[in-house]
Design a protein around this ligand. Structure first.
Ligand SMILES: NC(=O)c1ccc[n+]([C@@H]2O[C@H](COP(=O)([O-])OP(=O)(O)OC[C@H]3O[C@@H](n4cnc5c(N)ncnc54)[C@H](O)[C@@H]3O)[C@@H](O)[C@H]2O)c1
Length: 246
């Protein structure tokens, strides 16, 4: 779909859902990929399935809530591949805690993984990315209209991602483009419970009449990283099948 021959991409949340689809898209386009995820077992399975010879996919256990872990992931990319052209931030958590009962720890966990994690990696990547490189963050429709019941921390983390994306675009210009994708409901392990509880109600609000597929978000990430988006910077693309129009 996109030509990423000779490019190097770091993808977080690579073991599942949108991150996995993004990893597949970069590999299909000819890039070398370093995939990070907290689920080391799933990462090993991913590597065995997508790149058994170890030629173009490196994986490393990575905790988005840790700045040291972010630094180590970027160091691995530079060590193995000698460059970093694209960074796709797909790691995230989506856990329900109604506001009145939400503990400090509940709040901090979601903010740490979803928002702090993006800052740590963007900061680390910015030290080494060359002119012409690009970063894509993952927000959510929740960034635009607030989290649904029990997801105040998630909504706040994703609103922060939008502002961080635009701020980083300003700080890193003109060398690095920084853009964001805000998905609507995409069928991944993250949304299994949601679909079971509220799926039919949500589906009715999607103009296309169906949920999205991980590949339909990966393709937007790919577009934003590609030369086709060479003049797109500090932007957010909402991909929700028309459920939300920004
Ligand atoms: N699926 C949707 O409908 C949807 C909608 C809007 C936004 N998003 C966003 O898209 C991104 C990808 O979501 P997904 O649907 O693919 O979810 P997913 O659950 O399928 O994948 C998320 C991945 O992040 C990893 N992860 C969790 N905590 C981590 C940590 N501390 N450090 C490193 N990795 C960690 C998980 O192991 C998993 O592999 C997330 O940021 C999510 O908020 C998803």
């Amino acid at each position: 779909m996109f030509d990423f021959s000779g490019k190097v991409a770091v993808v977080t949340g690579a073991a599942s859902g949108i991150g996995r689809a993004t990893t597949e898209l970069f590999l299909a386009g000819g890039a070398s990929v370093v995939g990070g995820d907290i689920d080391a077992e799933a990462l090993a399975a991913l590597k065995a399935e997508l790149d058994p010879d170890g030629a173009r996919l490196e994986v490393q256990a990575y905790d988005a809530a840790s700045s040291a872990s972010a630094d180590a992931l970027i160091a691995l990319a530079m060590d193995r591949c000698g460059a970093l052209d694209h960074l796709a931030l797909c790691a995230g958590v989506y856990r329900q805690h109604p506001l009145k009962e939400m503990t400090d720890a509940n709040w901090r966990q979601t903010i740490s993984v979803n928002l702090d994690g993006a800052f740590y990696l963007i900061r680390a990547a910015a030290q080494v990315m060359a002119p012409g490189s690009s970063i894509v963050t993952l927000a959510s429709v929740a960034a635009h209209k607030g989290g649904t019941y029990g997801f105040a921390h998630y909504g706040a983390s994703k609103g922060g991602i939008l502002a961080l994306t635009r701020s980083a675009a300003q700080d890193l210009a003109p060398d690095v483009r920084v853009n964001c994708v805000s998905p609507g409901l995409i069928e991944t392990p993250m949304t299994v419970d949601l679909v079971q509880r509220l799926g039919e109600d949500i589906r009715k609000q999607i103009l296309l009449g169906r949920y999205g597929k991980p590949s339909e978000i990966a393709s937007v990430v790919g577009f934003l990283c590609s030369d086709a988006a060479s003049f797109v910077n500090g932007e957010v693309i909402i991909a929700s099948g028309g459920a939300y129009m920004g």
